[in-house]
Design a protein around this ligand. Structure first.
Ligand code: LER
Ligand code: MN
Length: 279
């Protein structure tokens, strides 16, 4: 398992759930010092990344960029796949296409998160679903030849009204039926929406490409009441050994939150190995 931290640029919206808002090169250096394996970039636009400079920082530190996420494309630019206006849907696809090309530079996935959109008042969920699937197929056409995976993240009902739990996420990933489109459970959202961590994660076991973690209150893991030991046990049982990225609030301050996350996640994960190997 590799541990990541979601970070963003200094001008990120307050609604971006990132522990660090800083120059991205500095974020990499700080995360390397703290013992992370990688950083997820939460971006509004791919032009925020100076590719040669970031590649140098990654090569010096040995860190990876496992994922580019796009929540600010929804929150700041209001571009999303279910928009009634086809021009806006085209712009959303274009922005995600640019993020896919950026992700290809780093061997990263692209989280399409809230860019999936919402079911508009007065419209049928089926209309949203049809628009969404059309857009995600167009993105997959670009991602597949570049070897980039697109991840679909169920997000709780207080943020969007479309694809809230892992069952719905799994259904849409299956319906999409593209190899490069995978599911990304986020424990914070699951804690609100899914009746059972075990049932939801087990049902999705063949489709999980990436995992977001936070404690029950979006603070660093260990500072709330998320049942991490149980969840790590389930992830082991289903054979998930990919990235676990902390998407947390910068409280009480960015470095304390980031330090707590990596220490806690590593310790609990290693404890799980010890327990399960019977030592
Ligand atoms: C994004 O990864 C996420 O989890 C959302 O809550 C952002 O709104
Ligand atoms: Mn998330």
């Amino acid at each position: 398992m590799k541990i990541g931290l979601a970070v963003s640029t200094a001008d990120a919206l307050p609604s971006a759930f990132v522990a660090m808002r800083d120059d991205l090169g500095r974020c990499i250096d700080r995360c390397a010092d703290l013992g992370y394996d990688g950083v997820e970039f939460a971006l509004r636009h791919p032009s925020q990344v100076d590719v040669p400079r970031i590649k140098r920082r990654l090569s010096v530190t040995g860190l990876q960029v496992p994922c580019i996420s796009s929540g600010q494309v929804f929150a700041a630019d209001h571009l999303y796949f279910t928009h009634p206006d086809p021009t806006v849907r085209d712009q959303a696809v274009e922005r995600i296409a640019d993020m896919i090309r950026l992700a290809a530079e780093f061997g990263a996935m692209v989280n399409t998160g809230r860019v999936r959109g919402v079911v508009h008042v007065g419209e049928a969920p089926e209309t949203a679903r049809r628009r969404y699937l059309d857009c995600i197929h167009r993105c997959a056409d670009i991602a597949e030849p570049l070897g980039v995976e697109l991840i679909v993240e169920p997000v709780n009902r207080y943020e969007v009204n479309f694809v809230n739990n892992c069952t719905e996420g799994l259904a849409i990933v299956r319906e999409c039926g593209r190899r490069c489109v995978r599911l990304m459970p986020d424990l914070f959202h699951m804690n609100i929406e899914d009746a059972s961590f075990r049932d939801a994660l087990t049902a999705a076991r063949d489709f999980i490409g990436y995992v977001h973690v936070a404690d029950s209150n979006r603070l660093a893991p260990g500072w709330g009441h998320m049942p991490f030991d149980e969840i790590f046990g389930i992830l082991k049982d289903i054979g998930y050994d990919g990235w676990i990225t902390a998407e947390i609030l910068p409280q009480p301050d960015p470095d304390s939150a980031a330090r707590q996350s990596v220490r806690f996640l590593r310790a609990r994960f290693e404890a799980r190995l010890v327990t399960q190997s019977g030592h």
